[in-house]
Design a protein around this ligand. Sequence first.
Ligand SMILES: [Zn+2]
Length: 132
Amino acid sequence: MFGIGLNNLIKIGFRVSDHILKQQEIERSRTASERARLQAEASREKANEENSRYRRTQLEDEIARTSVAVECPNCGATGNRIRRNSTGFCQFCGTAIQISGNGKVFIADPIEKERALAAEEYRQKSGDMSNV
Ligand SMILES: [Zn+2]
């Protein structure tokens, strides 16, 4: 009586519900792929973190192995551990202590002190131990 027969109404109804189902399916697959992407990202981050933790542990071990107990040439304090061929700081008076490859200990010159300070600052900010 309104120009649309029952059959047509049913057809329209099917088309609408078909459309809704398709949309839901698209939405579901979108969420699934988004979830997969997030999971992949999270596991990548975790792997990176583990990798950098491993590298840091390796370096810390190496530092512990290659460092020597040094008597501060300025204040005479013992108990500082510094690697050969590098510059560290006396934990008591802050003096930059440099050790040569053959184990000779001396107070670092101002340029080496600046370099070592910058490296230390970078290390503390970034957690990167590779330039120790
Ligand atoms: Zn000292």
